[in-house]
Write a protein that binds this ligand. Structure first.
Ligand SMILES: [Fe+2]
Ligand SMILES: [Fe+2]
Length: 428
C-alpha cells in the first residue's frame, strides 16, 4: 500500500472528483484493494492478528480525538445522514459492546475497529449524499472508506486502519450484481458473516466485528421511527439538490403517494414471510423498496440479520424496534382524531426532524425543510391529525429507546462505557 499523502482540498472539489468517472475509479480501486486484503476469512484473520499486536483498547480520549478529525465532514453531511446519524450509530455500537458475544471477541482490534467504523461508516455522505449512490460505481460507503484512510493514515497503525476502512466500505452498500430467476440484474450488498474461533458454544469467540458492528448499529439506527423521518428528509433534500430528479421518487411525488406509502410500509414491515430477494416480485415505489429492505432486516430475513439471534443485546434492541413499528401500524389503522391545531402539528414535525437531523446540524437542513413544509402544508386535516399522533408517539418512543440504550451501554466493561453518557447527550 502506498502511503503517498493526498491533498484532500475543499469538500466541494472533492465531491466533483468523486462524481467524475476518473475520480470514482480511484475509489473503486481502493475498495478492490480492501477486498483483496481482507476478503477471505484467512486474510481477515491475518490482518486482525497484525492489528492486535499493536493495539491497546480504545479509550474515550482516543476515540474523541479520532472523531474530532472528521468534524468538517460530519458538519457537511447531507440531511438525514448528518451528525446525529453519526452519533446515534456510534451510540448503538456502545450498547452492543455490552453484548456477551461481542465481549468475547477474539481480537480487541477487530472489535474496536468496528466501533470506530460504526461512528464513521457514513462519513462519505459529507462528500456525496447517499441518494446519489445509484449513479455511482463506488458510493458513499466506499467513498467514506477512502476518506477514513486518508484522514487516519498517520493516526492508526496500517492493519487497524484497514479494518476500520473495510467495516466502513462493507457497512451496507457494497453492491454486487446478482441475476435473479427472471434474468434481471439487481445490485445487492454483499453478505459478510461473522465467524468463530474454534470452541464449544459458550466459549465461541467471534471474528468479523469490524464489519458486524457498523452494520448492526446502522440497522438499529435505521429501523423504525428514525428511518421513516430520515427517509422523508432525504427525499426532500434530493428534490432540492438533484433538480430533474435522478431519483425517481422525491419531494412532491413522494408525498403524493404518501397515503399508500404509509400503508404499504407498515403492511410489508410486519409481513414475516417477505424476503429482500423477492423485492422484484413486489411492485412498489423506490421508497417502499427501501422500507421493505429494512423491514425485512428487522424480521431476520436478510443477509444482514443472519446473526441476530446469536447477539442477545442486538436481538433485544431489534425486537424493541419491531414493537415500535407495530404500534405505528395500530395508529395508522385507527381512525384519525379531529385536527385541533395545524401549527402545533407542524411544530411537532419540525421538532422531530431537527432531532433526527441533529439540531447542531441545521445548516445542512435548511433547503430540505422548505420543500418538506411546502408539501406538508398541502396535506389534508385528516392526514395531519394522524401525523400528529404518530409524531407524538415517536417522540416518546425515542426518549425511552435512547435511555434504555444508555443503561445497556453503561453495563459494558469496555473503557468506552464511560463515554456513553456524553454520546447520549449528542443523540438526544
Ligand atoms: Fe450508509
Ligand atoms: Fe448509516
Amino acid at each position: 500500500m502506498t502511503r503517498k499523502k493526498i491533498n484532500l482540498g475543499d469538500i466541494a472539489s472533492l465531491r466533483e472528483q468523486m462524481l467524475s468517472t476518473e475520480g470514482n475509479k480511484v475509489i473503486q480501486k481502493f475498495s478492490a484493494m480492501l477486498h483483496e486484503k481482507l476478503g477471505s476469512k484467512a486474510k481477515y484473520v491475518e490482518v486482525c492478528q497484525e492489528a492486535e499486536a499493536n493495539w491497546e483498547e480504545l479509550t474515550p480520549d482516543r476515540l474523541t480525538k479520532i472523531l474530532a478529525l472528521f468534524s468538517p465532514y460530519i458538519g457537511m453531511q447531507s440531511p438525514a445522514h448528518c451528525g446525529a446519524h453519526t452519533y446515534r450509530d456510534g451510540f448503538g455500537a456502545l450498547a452492543l459492546l455490552a453484548d456477551p458475544l461481542v465481549q468475547h471477541a477474539l481480537f480487541k482490534a477487530d472489535r474496536d475497529a468496528g466501533v470506530i467504523a460504526a461512528f464513521l461508516h457514513d462519513i462519505g455522505t459529507g462528500i456525496v449524499p447517499r441518494y446519489m449512490d445509484g449513479q455511482l460505481a463506488a458510493g458513499h460507503a466506499q467513498i467514506g472508506a477512502w476518506l477514513v484512510y486518508q484522514i487516519l493514515r498517520d493516526v492508526l497503525e496500517e492493519n487497524m486502519l484497514l479494518l476500520v476502512c473495510y467495516g466502513t466500505d462493507k457497512h451496507m452498500h457494497h453492491f454486487e450484481d446478482v441475476v435473479d430467476d427472471d434474468g434481471q440484474t439487481t445490485r445487492f450488498a454483499s453478505p459478510f458473516s461473522v465467524f468463530y474461533h474454534a470452541g464449544d458454544e459458550d466459549k465461541r469467540k467471534p471474528i468479523g466485528l469490524a464489519v458486524f458492528l457498523p452494520r448492526a448499529s446502522d440497522r438499529l439506527e435505521n429501523l423504525g421511527w428514525i428511518h421513516l423521518l430520515r427517509e422523508i428528509l432525504s427525499r426532500a433534500d434530493a428534490e432540492e439538490n438533484v433538480p430533474g430528479g435522478v431519483i425517481r421518487y422525491t419531494g412532491e411525488k413522494f408525498f403524493a403517494a404518501k397515503g399508500e406509502f404509509l400503508t404499504n410500509m407498515f403492511d410489508t414491515i410486519i409481513r414475516p414471510e417477505w424476503k429482500v430477494q423477492d423485492h422484484k416480485k413486489t411492485p412498489g415505489t423506490a421508497t417502499e423498496w427501501v422500507v421493505l429492505l429494512f423491514g425485512a432486516a428487522t424480521l431476520r430475513k436478510a443477509d444482514y440479520s443472519e446473526h441476530d439471534d446469536e447477539f442477545v443485546v442486538l436481538r433485544h434492541l431489534i425486537d424493541g424496534k419491531l414493537e415500535q413499528l407495530k404500534a405505528l401500524k395500530r395508529i395508522f389503522d385507527a381512525e384519525a382524531p379531529r385536527l385541533t391545531s395545524r401549527p402545533y402539528a407542524t411544530s411537532l414535525l419540525k421538532q422531530l426532524m431537527r432531532r433526527v437531523n441533529g439540531s447542531a446540524y441545521m445548516n445542512v437542513f435548511g433547503g430540505a425543510w422548505g420543500i418538506l413544509l411546502r408539501v406538508w402544508n398541502k396535506l389534508s386535516d385528516n392526514d395531519v391529525a394522524k401525523w400528529q399522533q404518530v409524531l407524538t408517539q415517536m417522540s416518546v418512543d425515542l426518549d425511552d429507546e435512547f435511555a434504555h440504550m444508555l443503561k445497556i451501554a453503561q453495563t459494558s466493561d469496555h473503557p468506552l462505557s464511560a463515554l456513553a453518557k456524553e454520546i447520549y447527550s449528542l443523540v438526544n
